[in-house]
Design a protein around this ligand. Structure first.
Ligand code: SUG
Length: 417
């Protein structure tokens, strides 16, 4: 079978909560202390997957990680019972839901050995995310065990921050053709950290055996990071030959666009001017955190969060765009409000992998029937609400752990227990 793009969504875990852990992520800070609804959150995520299946797209899943992370706490000389306030929320975080930060993926047509290469992100900038990679790697090892098609790497050493696919774009004539890979990094974000370091991006490109002549390293604009674009995928998204980006996303867009046009003459750059949509509106609405996908019948669709429809400047721009004759033919709106309140839109929740589905462990792929099954488990076992004080409730950890156990058993993924 041909190579196709598969979106692997992180199932939103039973410990989902609002702890305000991510400096520079405006939604995370604004919603700190809010009551979270893990069950509703996970059902929203599953509904998005169902929606995308309905578009005729292939869909995969990653599982929530073991939380609270007892192994991580132990390595810090603490336990769930005595964890200090400085560690407890990080140990409970369900942040692995944002699969766009799980790994960087270079599809087989781009790599020197003709295999699809994956490197888990070290996520070292944020303490609550820095302990995700071992459980991510464990899942990647199962899902992509076929070494004739996939090459898995260890994360880049934590000297250099790596946040995975959220800062990586691929442009190609079609998914199964050789493409141009673009690594977007931060230099300075003013008061906010630049989470993707260029040294990490260069290391991933080398590890993946990419052709240096078809690989670009592009700096994020400082104003974008300062406005809350803690990852590039909050201000830009690419799909096949289309780059959809905010005018202020990159530090030196002229040089970047010229290099891109030189490498991929058919590229279409769809830029949204700041005069039409301010950076603030782009980040509030997550316009660019839409999933830009190719429809089986041809043309592309943008899978947008509700917040984009609610932001007048954004919706006005989109309606005008769709009335024209551009490559994006459809706007689809999904409700992922629980994730959005922590700064994670539709595109944050998924990792794109171009591969032949037959080469992937089928336990990580879903159809309607499997989604029904997952929704049943979530509805029966995920906590309805978690308030900040609940992280101190001794009954919460066993409830979360039992919920995850039920999921692993139902998916026949006991190896992950
Ligand atoms: O790393 N939020 C995540 C959101 C990640 C979004 N991913 C992409 N843009 N691809 C982050 O900042 C908030 C958790 C909290 O505050 O409880 C958080 O980790």
């Amino acid at each position: 079978m041909a190579l196709v793009e598969i979106n692997f969504d992180g199932i939103i875990g039973p410990s989902h909560n609002y702890a305000g852990l991510s400096l520079g992520n405006l939604a995370s800070a604004a919603n700190r202390g809010m009551v979270a609804r893990p069950r509703a959150a996970a059902l929203q995520g599953l509904a998005k997957m169902r929606h995308n299946l309905g578009l005729g797209l292939a869909q995969g899943i990653f599982l929530p990680h073991p939380r609270p992370n007892r192994v991580w706490l132990e390595s810090l000389g603490a336990t769930v019972e005595d964890a200090p306030d400085s560690l407890r929320p990080a140990a409970f975080s369900a942040s692995a839901m944002w699969a766009a930060n799980a790994a960087t993926v270079s599809p087989a047509p781009d790599t020197i050995d003709g295999r699809c290469h994956l490197t888990p992100a070290n996520l070292r900038t944020m303490a609550h995310r820095s302990h995700e990679w071992p459980a991510t790697l464990a899942q990647l090892r199962l899902a992509f065990a076929d070494a004739s098609h996939f090459a898995l790497h260890n994360p880049v050493p934590p000297a250099f921050g790596d946040e995975g696919a959220a800062n990586h774009m691929r442009l190609a004539p079609s998914h199964d053709a050789s493409g141009v890979e673009i690594f977007v990094y931060g230099v300075s974000g003013g008061a906010f950290p630049a989470r993707q370091h260029v040294e990490a991006s260069r290391a991933v490109a080398r590890l993946h055996g990419l052709d240096p002549a078809r690989t670009l390293f592009v700096a994020q604009s400082e104003e974008a990071i300062a406005a809350g674009a803690f990852h590039n995928d909050v201000v830009a998204v690419a799909n096949e030959h289309v780059l959809f980006a905010h005018e202020q996303a990159f530090a030196d867009k002229e040089t970047f666009y010229a290099a891109l046009r030189g490498l991929l003459p058919e590229v279409e750059i769809l830029e949204v001017p700041a005069a039409a949509v301010s950076l603030a509106d782009a980040i509030r609405s997550y316009l660019f955190n839409a999933q830009l996908v190719t429809l089986p019948e041809g043309g592309m669709a943008l899978v947008l969060p509700e917040e984009a429809r609610e932001t007048p400047s954004v919706w006005a721009w989109l309606e005008e765009m769709i009335a024209g004759n551009g490559p994006i033919r459809r706007l689809c709106v999904v409700d992922v409000r629980q994730s959005m309140a922590n700064g994670g839109g539709p595109a944050c929740l998924r990792l794109r992998i171009v591969a032949d589905p037959a080469t992937i462990d089928p336990r990580f792929l879903v159809d309607e029937a499997r989604l029904d099954r997952l929704a049943g488990i979530v509805s029966a076992r995920w906590p309805k609400r978690i308030a900040p004080a609940d992280l101190l409730d001794p009954e919460l950890p066993p409830a979360i752990e039992e919920a995850r156990r039920g999921l692993c058993e139902a998916l026949d993924l006991r190896e992950l227990l």
